[in-house]
Design a protein around this ligand. Structure first.
Ligand code: NCD
Length: 303
């Protein structure tokens, strides 16, 4: 079965015009002014991995559009008892889900689900693959702060290798001609990452990444993910941590983004996290209108 119309499985195969349509529609969405676009619909949130921002923001978005939401988490459900992904999919479909939002540790899990259920499936993060709603809300945030993507220089710093956020962001930004510089030690920012999309290059030097940059996107450096890699955190901090002195290397009006959760003292200092150029909480806020647009699109109401 082909994925149902309105599914959002990744950014890579989404056309630039469709991305703009979602971003424009998101501008019209306001969670403080609830709408009825999804009135009576059931949105199933199927989370096989921990999540704070993504889950709560999909939930608020769905409710702001008049939908009911049901949260199924890996712990405390049949998933924990060993039920397969597809059997869970069939079950949630049978109880009357109109949209399935899924986060899963395996790349491709949302695709598998979408091939077997006849309702739109939204990928809320799959393994090391994609995180399309995060890329869209990041794009939304960039456009609220910068005129356009054209000619924009974006530095992505941190654990790129383990980041589905970075992958989706590269696909999205490259479709609009932005210059993307990936920066980190070789284990976290391998050379091959430059082949992700056009306009992407890799550097080991933070000065090189920051010079002339409009947007600095920091990524989580999660210590549990580093097992087996030769990463010395003290050295990471010395070479890559975003601090006020480094921030000055970028353009004066550069903004600092981070998908969260942030680790103060590792990826960035508190001065930067709480400083005037940070847009980290704004990103969280922008997740709601963006996901309202994604959900409205899922059922063909993005008009
Ligand atoms: C990210 C994720 O889960 O991919 N967080 C998020 O959704 N806001 C980033 C991460 O966990 O590293």
């Amino acid at each position: 079965m082909n994925p149902a119309r309105g599914s959002l499985l990744g950014i890579e195969h989404l056309e630039a015009a469709e991305i703009m349509r979602i971003l424009k529609f998101a501008r019209r969405m306001n969670p403080d002014k609830p709408r009825t676009l999804l009135k009576g619909k059931r949105v199933l949130l199927l989370f096989y991995e921990a999540s704070t921002r993504t889950r709560s923001s999909f939930e608020i978005a769905a409710k702001s559009l008049g939908a009911h939401t049901v949260l199924i988490q890996a712990t405390g459900s049949s998933v924990e008892k060993g039920e397969s992904l597809l059997d869970t999919g069939y079950t949630v479909r049978a109880v009357g889900a109109d949209i399935i939002v899924i986060r899963h540790p395996n790349a491709g899990a949302p695709y598998v689900m979408a091939q077997h259920v006849d309702v739109p499936v939204i990928n809320a993060g799959d393994g090391l693959h994609e995180h399309p709603s995060q890329a869209l809300l990041d794009a939304y945030t960039i456009l609220r702060n910068k005129k356009s993507f054209k000619g924009l220089q974006v530095a992505i710093v941190g654990d790129i290798f383990h980041s589905r956020v970075a992958r989706s962001a590269c696909h999205l930004l490259s479709k609009f001609g932005a210059k993307i510089i990936l920066c980190g030690p070789a284990e976290l920012a391998p050379e091959i990452a430059a082949t992700l999309a056009s306009g992407v290059r890799v550097t080991r030097h933070i000065e090189d990444a920051l010079r002339g940059t409009d947007v600095i996107m920091l990524l989580r450096v999660q210590t549990e993910r580093l097992a087996g890699l030769k990463i010395d955190l003290a050295e990471y901090i010395a070479r890559y941590q975003m601090n006020p002195a480094r921030l000055k290397m970028a353009k004066k009006d550069a903004i600092v983004m981070h998908p969260g959760p942030i680790i103060r003292g590792l990826e960035l200092t508190s001065e930067v996290a709480d400083g005037a150029q940070a847009r980290i909480l704004e990103e969280v806020r922008n997740g709601v209108p963006t996901r309202m647009a994604i959900l409205a699109r899922a059922i063909g109401r993005m008009r």
